[in-house]
Design a protein around this ligand. Structure first.
Ligand code: SF4
Length: 295
């Protein structure tokens, strides 16, 4: 896998049908009416219309401006907005209106806040569980700079799944996630499993950023030794011209191979494919993991 940018022309397996219809527009309208941000929109996710057409979305709390500068991400950077008190109840309202059974809550990184936004995560999880006790809640958090007190606040609010993406291999961190640390992210997953064994841990990797096979397999090994249960692997697609370019379009056969390798390494469940994202079909990923556990 080379570090050079590839042609901007997409290979055939990355041409996606747009699901712009009444349902997807209705989902967008519900989110807008409740003044909610989604990572689907802010990160220009290629699956947005597909997910919206299934009445699915990933809520992004703590505003839509991030304090970090990750090279792969198109979420706005700069001075973040104030924390909205209404956010947890508005998300709860949206979950009811969209009839969601599996809710994914993520956030921008808020290094400006003393608790990194942990208490807003916790308030959202509490409210959701109070109103819909049978809903599966997945948090997809930043690293909280490795602050155990912040991580505990989120974990003790009662999520079913604690998702934190390592995003890429160790070698590329300086270029792709300059303010993050590979081992800090891995240690967060291990901290969750060591202290809250009932919570499932989940992480995600992007390929096509310039990593090679050995580096990827080393990342899979590191995730396993840091107690990651569930893994997603997807193709990095540069969301704008100011983001890091794609180094390689990985063939679907390679995604299948990686999925097999990851299962062999011991993950409870793996979803790997060009359009797989950390929250893509999160309900299916979770349910299939449960089926596997029962076998
Ligand atoms: S894959 Fe996740 S982020 Fe992308 S549109 Fe679907 S729910 Fe949103």
């Amino acid at each position: 896998m080379s570090l050079n940018a590839v042609s901007t022309r997409l290979p055939p397996w990355l041409i996606k049908k747009i699901h712009r219809n009444e349902v997807s527009l209705g989902t967008k309208e519900i989110l807008k009416s409740l003044d909610l941000n989604t990572v689907c929109e802010s990160a220009r996710c290629p699956n947005m219309w597909e997910c919206f057409s299934k009445r699915r979305a990933t809520f992004m709390i703590l505003g839509n401006i991030c304090t970090r500068n990750c090279a792969f991400c198109s979420v706005k950077k700069g001075l973040p907005s104030h924390v909205k008190k209404s956010e947890p109840s508005n998300i709860t309202e949206a979950v009811g209106r969209l009839n969601l059974k599996h809710v994914v809550i993520t956030s921008v990184t808020r290094d400006d806040l003393k608790d990194g936004g942990a208490s807003q995560f916790a308030r959202t999880v509490y409210e959701l569980k109070k109103e819909y006790s049978d809903v599966v809640v997945e948090v997809l958090t930043p690293d909280f700079r490795g602050n155990a007190d912040c991580i505990k606040i989120v974990a003790e609010s009662g999520p079913d799944i604690f998702n934190h993406n390592i995003e890429t291999v160790n070698k590329l961190y300086k270029r792709v996630r300059p303010q993050a640390d590979y081992y800090r992210s891995l240690n967060l997953l291990k901290f969750i499993k060591d202290n809250y064994p009932a919570i499932y841990t989940k992480s995600g990797l992007m390929v096509g950023l310039g990593e090679n096979r050995d580096e990827l397999e080393a990342a899979l090994d590191d995730l396993i030794t840091h107690s990651c249960d569930i893994l997603t692997i997807g193709q990095y697609l540069s969301p704008s011209r100011t983001n890091i370019p794609v180094a390689e379009y990985v063939h679907p056969d390679e995604f299948k191979r990686l999925e097999k390798v990851a299962f062999e390494k011991g993950f409870l469940y793996v979803m790997s494919g060009p359009f797989v994202r950390s929250s893509y079909n999160a309900d299916q990923v979770f349910n299939k993991k449960c089926d596997k556990e029962e076998v």
